[in-house]
Design a protein around this ligand. Structure first.
Ligand SMILES: [Zn+2]
Length: 656
């Protein structure tokens, strides 16, 4: 591991130890082999002058919820050092008492909660303390002779602490172990199955020491020829299999999930490893990963449904084996799957959660394979993992996401998404928690939506092959499909039947009708494997109330409505709902160029403004209004409605 320390950069913070603490914390955070997803913590001990002009020793320790890679000064919680040190001397302290008292000992009540390792940081008698969960150290420690190997690597200058629960128990253990010790002779401290600490009175030494000690573990792995390499893998494809797995996991979790499929060389090699089923189910890399990944993944073989159901049953048994009275079980769904021939899948109710799990499993796989080469991967016993999984402090980290949005974990596909109603639908569905594949023929579609939960795909919806590819890309990215908003459309130039240009007629039929049928055909197999699947078709007020001069448009939209009605009949048995909206006078769309507006207004002998609000409610209808209705129709409010046609037109006498 290379040191990222840059003298010039560090010099900027020479007279500001907290800024320097931020700097080296970020250096650690930038190294995914050291800390992952909020893991690890750092601190600095400072003398401050309090309100009364007295000097006070304060530990600035990483606050919970902050990530070392991006931490700022305000991410460090200032806690009175003497109080923390006194806590370490207590014989007994529950973790919630500890958290409460740590909070009470803060000099700034608006700072975040101090790390659960604050007491441990406090008793280490150096100004700077760095703690990571370095992959190489933990991988070596998670082997049959892990402790002996760690000793072999570090000799007597590193204190080796056997595994105990993090928090007060760990702080207390280290306190006991170091009562008689000369800290000056220590270069660091390895916590078996957990991670590594380094410390020094200056930031650079503490950081460099971390890099040095971790490098020693890496060199050991190299020397023992335990480095893993991954050959280029042959990639198999099974998108329906993926959607099927995701549906079963969603059911077990009682919530829709995003499924992040990883077909990297590492994942395929691991999934195809001859001993995979045995090694993948021994336990996590470090115990704190359990709250993200659960103790073990589900292994998929021939029948994924059975595999996942069996996993859920086994999880319930695991809970019963270890739970004390009054503890409530978490949902029994797996958080990741190993799929021989296909790689791994990470499941999250949000894309962010799926990505975090995917990150963790990448590192877990490496560590497992390294440990296998070092005599065998050995994780902590089930009971220790359970204690972390159901540790009140860990549970608190997860329960912050109360009040999930209605489409959390849902996967939608919207056509004609570059502007108007389609764009508004993408935005509304996303705002309500869905991830969305946004299709449009306009190449700008790949750049319109910035959030990672929106996938812009260039697609000519009149081409069956292009639709197939786009739908596959959406399923590949997110794991399935639940909501289809069939929206792409054009408004051909107004013309009486006798004057209608045949090309214009055909074009309208191709886009306003045929493309929707092709799209539906491509999506139905995935919708069948969706979670509360729904189709919303964007038709037009012209269906119930056609206007002269718009035959090409009205006929296509009438055909589209009929297609949706038949789809509602055919798909009800698969629990797929199909409903239709009939918007009218939505003028903030690409269809309504000034030219078209003027032509239609003239046709009705009105001014453009009169035409815009020529409805019973005398109101203007926006794309956003339509999108809100579409989202509602795709959601639980319309959970028992199919085959319905809902106008959104400000009220129209001919429709009513
Ligand atoms: Zn830790």
């Amino acid at each position: 591991m290379k040191s990222r320390w840059q003298e010039q950069e560090a010099n900027k913070f020479r007279n500001d130890p907290l800024a320097l603490r931020v700097y080296t914390s970020r250096l650690l955070g930038q190294e995914p082999n050291l800390v992952l997803q909020g893991g690890g913590n750092t601190s600095v001990k400072l003398n401050i002058t309090n309100l009364f002009g007295e000097s006070e020793e304060v530990l600035y320790v990483k606050g919970s919820g902050w990530d070392l890679a991006t931490i700022e000064k305000q991410g460090f919680a200032p806690v009175r050092l003497d109080l923390l040190k006194r806590m370490a001397r207590l014989d007994d302290l529950t973790d919630s008492q500890m958290v409460k008292n740590q909070r009470a000992a803060m000099t700034d009540p608006s700072a975040p909660n101090p790390s659960v390792e604050a007491v441990l940081h406090a008793i280490i008698p150096f100004k700077f303390v760095d703690h990571t969960h370095a992959d190489s150290v933990v991988a070596v420690s998670n082997t049959k002779n892990g402790e002996a190997r760690i000793k072999e690597i570090y000799g007597r200058h590193v204190l080796i602490v056997p595994y105990v629960m993090p928090g007060f128990i760990l702080a207390r253990k280290v306190f006991e172990m170091t009562r008689e010790i000369d800290w000056q002779r220590l270069k660091g401290m390895v916590l078996l199955h957990h991670g590594i600490f380094t410390f020094a009175d200056d930031a650079r030494t503490s950081y460099t020491q971390m890099v040095r000690l971790v490098t020693k573990a890496e060199e050991y792995i190299r020397k023992k020829r335990a480095v893993v390499h991954f050959a280029k893998a042959k990639i198999n494809d099974d998108l329906l299999g993926l959607a099927n797995i995701r549906q079963t996991v969603s059911r077990a979790r009682n919530s829709a999930v995003i499924a992040k499929w990883n077909q990297g060389n590492r994942q395929i090699a691991f999934a195809n490893h001859p001993k995979m089923a045995a090694v993948a189910t021994r336990g996590p890399l470090t115990p704190d990963h359990v709250i993200r990944t659960k103790r073990v993944p589900v292994i998929i073989d021939q029948n994924s449904k059975k595999n996942i159901e069996r996993f859920a049953k086994e999880y319930q048994r695991y809970f019963t084996r270890h739970a004390s009275a009054g503890l409530k079980p978490l949902d029994p769904a797996p958080r990741w799957a190993v799929w021989p021939g296909y790689g791994t899948i990470s499941f999250g109710t949000t894309l962010a959660e799926a990505n975090i799990i995917n990150d963790i499993t990448e590192h877990t796989i490496d560590a497992i394979l390294v440990a296998e080469k070092l005599g065998g991967w050995q994780a902590l016993p089930e009971k220790d993992i359970f204690e972390i999984e159901y540790w009140e402090l860990e549970q608190a980290k997860l329960s912050k996401s109360a009040g999930a949005p209605v489409f959390q974990g849902k996967i939608a596909l919207v056509t004609g998404a570059a502007g108007g109603i389609g764009k508004a639908c993408v935005e509304t569905l996303q705002a309500q928690g869905a991830v969305v594949a946004a299709l449009d023929i306009d190449p700008a579609i790949t750049k319109i939506f910035k959030q990672p939960g929106a996938l812009g795909i260039i697609c000519d919806v009149t081409k069956p092959r292009a639709i197939e590819k786009a739908v596959s890309a959406a399923v590949r990215r997110f794991g399935g499909l639940d909501i289809l908003v069939s929206n792409a459309g054009i408004f051909p130039p107004s013309a009486a039947i006798v004057e209608t240009d045949q090309n214009s007629w055909q074009k309208s039929l191709n886009i306003n009708l045929n493309s929707h049928q092709i799209l539906m055909k491509a999506c139905i197999p995935y919708l069948e494997l969706g979670v509360d699947p729904a189709v919303v078709v964007i038709a037009s007020k012209n269906v119930p109330a056609p206007g002269p001069g718009a035959s090409a448009y009205s006929v296509a939209k009438a055909g589209l409505t009929q297609l949706a009605r038949v789809a509602a009949l055919e798909l009800a048995s698969k629990n797929i709902r199909v409903n239709v909206v009939h918007p009218n006078q939505v003028f903030d769309t690409a269809i309504w160029t000034q030219k078209v507006l003027e032509a239609r207004a003239k046709h009705y002998k009105m001014s453009v403004q009169e035409y815009k609000t020529s409805n019973l409610l005398k109101t203007e209808i926006t794309s956003k209004d339509v999108a809100s209705l579409v989202a509602t129709m795709a959601g639980p409010v319309f959970g028992k409605t199919t085959g319905a046609q809902i106008p959104i037109d400000g009220g129209n006498e001919r429709v009513i």
